[in-house]
Each structure stands twice: as structure tokens, then as C-alpha cells.
Design a protein around this ligand. Structure first.
Ligand SMILES: [Zn+2]
Length: 285
């Protein structure tokens, strides 16, 4: 169940509208999660991803870095750590049910929203052709509850949004991609996680424990796993209380395009087929 609050517009908010919550059952047939580090997707939208996949969606995960700076020992070999963390993320992705994971191997702690990163993300988007992308909220520098939003989270979020709009849908952005078979693709909705201004809560009661199992895979990052799981469970319950469910994950949702009617979907399909660029599934890397 997806629930969206009705107070997204300034005009309504200024009237002091209470937090009216509307039911909304929108679910993407295909979605892509784009994050900075291995484990972000599991601390982030794993409950939603698992719920959507359980209901029949196909998901793909993109990690911009492999978390090679995610340790406390300066003598640790960063490449060994990256390898271990990729393995942990693959295991977690299997728990959630993603079709696959792409690691872009960008430097942990130094991720930049630059053209090379955006081109890599546009490649991913045009290859998997998701209806929705889940990423961080690029407008969050300081979390409302306190704490700095990690620089890699900000860069990954900004790059993801920029890749979705306008680059992925514009055939003249990185034109060599379209010339080589990666046709422009319109992502219809962006789900911004870890937002300071969420407007949509997704019920993840049936998959909350799957999220915990996915988190358990990130052994290198968990010094006191049970304490972490307790915090995650209480956060899920807190968000769930907003919509009267046992557990929820919160998003700010950006709707870029209306869903195609069956008529427009046929036209889009025909166009993709005519140019030999129909949706396909990338091979796992
Ligand atoms: Zn992170």
C-alpha cells in the first residue's frame, strides 16, 4: 500500500491543512535505486524495494562507490574492503530480490556529481529503463533530526536527479549513447529518500524484517548489529504510525510524467521497437 499525504502544495500548506493522507496504490513495473555506498539501499528503501518486488516489480540497484573508505583502520587495503563490501551488497540485494547490482567504482568520500558520473547513470537508466528511480534527496545537507548528509549521499542524489531529468530522456544528451542503441528513456517518478520534507509513506510491514535481513549482510559495517536493528525497527514504526501501519518508509515523490494510457504505451512500444531499442535487462556486473 502506498499512501500519499495531500499537503504537497504551498497554497494548501499555508491554510494550515492538517496532514490529510490519501491512499495511492501506484507501483512501478520497473524501478532503479541509485545510492552512494553499499548499505545505503538497505538502510534506505529496502522495505519498499522488497515490497514492490514481492508484488511483481523488477528492481535494479546502482552503487556509485564500493565503500572503499568505510572503515576505521588507515592501514586497511581499500581495494580489499571494496571487494568485501561489494560481496556484502550482492548478498543483501539477493535478499531484497533485485535483478542485479551495478557498481560504478567511484571513489568513496570523493564522489562528484560530474559529467562522467551522470553519463554512467544515464547508461544505467537507459539500459534498465525504469519507471521510477529511488535516490537521496539532493536538497538535504543537514538532516532535520540532526546530522550532516554525507557528501557522497548528496553527490549521488544530485547526479541521479540530473541523470533522470533531463539527460536520460534527451537523445541529444551524451548523443553517442543513443547512436549506439541506448535510446532516450523517460523515468516517470522520482522517490527521494531521507528527505526533510517527505510527502509519501509506503507501508513496508510485510517486508520490514527482510530489510533487517538485508542489513545483516553488511557485516563489515555493523559493530553492534542488534543495536542498529533496534534503531531501524523503531524508525520504521515511527514512520508507520503516520499511516496507521506497523512499518513504513517515507519519501518525497516527484511526478515527472503521467502514467501512459494503454494507447500511448502502444505508441511508445512501437517507437522503441521500430528503432530496435526495446527495453532489456543489463547483465550483472
Ligand atoms: Zn552511505
Amino acid at each position: 500500500m502506498m499512501v500519499r499525504s495531500d499537503n504537497r502544495f504551498e497554497g494548501e500548506r499555508s491554510e494550515g491543512m492538517s496532514e490529510t493522507i490519501e491512499s495511492n496504490s501506484w507501483r512501478p513495473a520497473r524501478f532503479m535505486v541509485i545510492v552512494g555506498h553499499p548499505d545505503d539501499a538497505d538502510f534506505g528503501p529496502a522495505g519498499t524495494a522488497a515490497a514492490w518486488i514481492q508484488a511483481g516489480s523488477e528492481g535494479w540497484l546502482v552503487c556509485c562507490t564500493s565503500g572503499d573508505a568505510g572503515g576505521e583502520d588507515p592501514d586497511l587495503d581499500p581495494l580489499e574492503l571494496a571487494l568485501a563490501r561489494e560481496e556484502e551488497q550482492r548478498e543483501a540485494a539477493a535478499v531484497v530480490g533485485y535483478e542485479g547490482v551495478t557498481f560504478l567504482h567511484q571513489p568513496d568520500g570523493n564522489l562528484a556529481n560530474d559529467l562522467p558520473l551522470r553519463e554512467m547513470l544515464v547508461r544505467e537508466i537507459r539500459t534498465f529503463r525504469p519507471d521510477a528511480v529511488i535516490c537521496g534527496d539532493p536538497e538535504v545537507v543537514i538532516h532535520t533530526g540532526g546530522g550532516v548528509n554525507h557528501t557522497d549521499h548528496r553527490a549521488a542524489a544530485m547526479a541521479a536527479v540530473d541523470a533522470v531529468y533531463p539527460a536520460a530522456r534527451n537523445p541529444m544528451a551524451f548523443p553517442w549513447l543513443a547512436r549506439n542503441g541506448l535510446a532516450a528513456h523517460r523515468v516517470r517518478r522520482i522517490f527521494l529518500m531521507w528527505s526533510n520534507t517527505p510527502d509519501t509513506w509506503i507501508d513496508v510491514s510485510p517486508t520490514a524484517e527482510r530489510k533487517i535481513e538485508a542489513l545483516r549482510c553488511h557485516a563489515s559495517q555493523l559493530h553492534d548489529p542488534e543495536a542498529v536493528f533496534t534503531r531501524v525497527r523503531s524508525r520504521l514504526a515511527e514512520q508507520g504510525a503516520r499511516i496507521g501501519s506497523a512499518a513504513a518508509e517515507a519519501y518525497r515523490v516527484v511526478v515527472l510524467d503521467p502514467d501512459p494510457t494503454s494507447e500511448t504505451a502502444d505508441v511508445a512500444e512501437g517507437m522503441a521497437e521500430a528503432s530496435g531499442k526495446a527495453a532489456r535487462t543489463p547483465t550483472a556486473r
